[in-house]
Design a protein around this ligand. Structure first.
Ligand code: GZL
Length: 315
């Protein structure tokens, strides 16, 4: 319990106030609309619970995240939230947090460390998201030949690894569907556009591209711009399927310029704080993985309405 000094007219009175739990949050950065929404929602969830959230933006660098976690440990925070930019290289710092008896909760991405090194992980089934996206395309193209270009997420991140796996699982056995180009766009609009421009150039100006699978909506939105600048109609000449469910993708869908997205909730912090509260109050050990839902949205799912419902949520 934090001791608080209350200055009074006659004397200093040492008292104790019901002190807020202090939680350190090492956030990856602000690479996408979804990431921005996750940060917004995490701050809202902390405020609603009276949690003192210490925020650190790593600007996409793992070394900054490791330094932030070490700083939180030195501060003696009550818990640490970590959205790990990549899956490897976390053992040492997670050991240090465990040594300091500070629970760590992973948000939206996974690490390859032993699960004993973190309290729980809150996230979607990333492989399933890729499978849902792939199945959409399988259903869309039937037996027609379809050359697919793939914009992958951040190299070495669990969503890039797992969403690639899931999509390939879904198209396996459908030999008419072939991934002909695959490259990272690092989850950003700008790189999604740049890499898509290279794909278009490599694929006969885009005439040989049937579909784009983007590991997140932001790269898809960037690619849509490149497809238009190449004189093609996104959503018609090139079928576009991606993941996150951000407002701008719904807006593109409403304009017929995108075909499907798999929604990822930005509210990973709610389940994380619930698990932490039970742990703080009663020592309750949560399951090692708390899964959030994934849902497919297509052009027949009122994309304009979905845009309107999301446009003010901090994306
Ligand atoms: C996935 C999450 C990804 C989002 C991207 O759980 O880590 O990171 O899909 C974000 O928008 O960059």
């Amino acid at each position: 319990m934090k001791k608080t000094l209350f200055a009074s007219a006659s004397a200093l009175v040492l008292g104790t106030a019901a002190s807020a739990q202090v939680v350190g949050f090492s956030q990856i950065g602000s690479e996408s609309g979804w990431r921005a929404a996750e940060t917004t929602v995490t701050n809202q969830q902390a405020e609603e619970r009276g949690i003192d959230l210490q925020f650190s933006d790593a600007q996409q660098k793992q070394e900054n995240q490791i330094a932030a976690v070490r700083s939180f440990i030195a501060q003696g925070v009550d818990a640490i939230l970590l959205a790990p930019v990549v899956a490897t290289g976390w053992d040492a710092v997670l050991e240090e947090a465990k040594e300091a008896e500070i629970p760590v909760v992973l948000l939206d991405r996974m690490v390859d460390s032993d699960p004993s090194l973190y309290l729980t992980a809150v996230g979607s089934d990333l492989v399933h998201e890729g499978e849902v996206a792939g199945q959409f395309l399988v259903d869309q193209v039937g037996d027609e030949p379809c050359r697919v270009v793939e914009l992958q997420g951040t190299t070495g991140s669990s969503p890039a690894i797992d969403r690639a796996t899931g999509f390939r699982n879904a198209i396996e056995g459908h030999d008419n569907i072939e991934i002909v180009q695959s490259q990272t766009g690092d989850f950003t609009r700008a790189q999604g556009k740049t890499v898509m421009e290279a794909f278009l150039q490599a694929e006969n100006g885009g005439a040989d591209i049937c579909a784009l699978y983007a590991h997140n909506d932001d790269m898809a939105v960037g690619a849509i711009q490149a497809i238009k600048e190449a004189g093609l109609k996104p959503g018609e000449d090139v079928t576009i399927v991606s993941i996150d469910g951000v407002p701008d993708l719904f807006q593109a869908m409403a304009a017929g310029e995108a075909n499907a997205t798999v929604e990822l909730t930005p509210n990973m912090a709610g389940p994380a704080f619930d698990a932490l509260q039970a742990y703080w109050d009663n020592g309750t050990e949560p399951p090692k993985f708390i899964q959030t839902e994934s849902r497919l949205y297509t052009q027949s799912d009122d994309p304009q309405g979905e845009y309107d419902r999301r446009k003010d949520l901090g994306y």
